[in-house]
Design a protein around this ligand. Structure first.
Ligand code: 6PG
Length: 237
């Protein structure tokens, strides 16, 4: 686990944006990135679109999603909608480079459709970059504790269920997650102290830890001092 801890969430977001630019710059062709949703990435997306747009080869980056809530794109819960508001509408991204999960469709059918699309468009279904968040319960993507069968599922995308709301989600499963060329976790804020400490030490249980522990390539954790407060010798500890 490569830990990149910075004073604020904005600093961590900027370092992650720089890392994405570095990866895209080193790539000779298309870059297939899978984005997570939730609230944390919004700041990073806005900074990417405002401060790094001119340096980004948008024409070579194809946007996929790690997961999507099974709601229409205009729903406040939509990960695509959040990304559209904070990134897609703010940068010169070719619409043909955006491959959203159709949250408005039947979950199982959409998981199959999107898996087939990803398998067709991405060689070996190996994403160049997967951007992940982590929940306080240790989930990542939409693979929640108690649904660990999704970590070893044969399908590329499957249906997860939020444990408290019962909301269904289409999610990338464990095997394509751990195959990704680069796994980048972004976590910020005091509420993530425990999971960040566990993730950085690869200790404990939960889907996020399993993914980080079984990843085929080095995993990078971008975080801030608030979330890193339990890490020894770190700012804010
Ligand atoms: C989602 C995300 C999910 C998210 C974590 C952290 O659809 O919600 O893909 O895995 O990354 O729940 O969410 P926050 O950034 O809101 O804390």
């Amino acid at each position: 686990m490569i830990l990149r801890i910075h004073p604020t969430s904005a600093d961590a977001s900027r370092v992650l944006a720089e890392r994405i630019l570095q990866i895209a710059g080193n790539a000779s062709g298309l870059v297939n990135i899978a984005l997570s949703g939730g609230s944390t990435p919004a700041q990073m997306f806005r900074l990417w679109a405002s401060e790094y747009s001119a340096r980004t080869p948008w024409e070579r980056i194809r946007f996929f999603w790690v997961d999507e809530r099974c709601v229409p794109p205009e729903d406040a819960e939509s990960n695509y909608g959040m990304t559209k508001r904070n990134l897609l509408d703010l940068a010169p991204i070719p619409p043909e480079n955006v491959f959203r999960i159709h949250g408005e469709n039947d979950p199982a059918s959409e998981a199959q459709r999107y898996a087939a699309q990803a398998e067709c468009l991405i060689p070996g279904t190996v994403f160049d970059i997967v951007l992940l968040g982590v929940g306080e319960d240790g989930h990542t993507a939409s693979i929640f504790p108690g649904q660990e069968t999704l970590l070893t599922a044969a399908q590329t995308y499957a249906v997860g269920v939020h444990p408290t709301s019962g909301q269904r989600r289409v999610t990338l499963t464990g095997q394509p997650l751990i195959k990704a060329s680069r796994l980048c976790f972004l976590a910020a804020g005091r509420s993530k102290r425990k999971v960040v400490a566990e993730l950085s030490a690869l200790s404990g249980a939960g889907p996020a830890i399993w993914v980080a522990r079984n990843a085929l390539h080095p995993v990078e954790l971008f975080t801030d001092a608030e979330a890193g407060a339990l890490l020894r010798d770190q700012p804010g500890s």
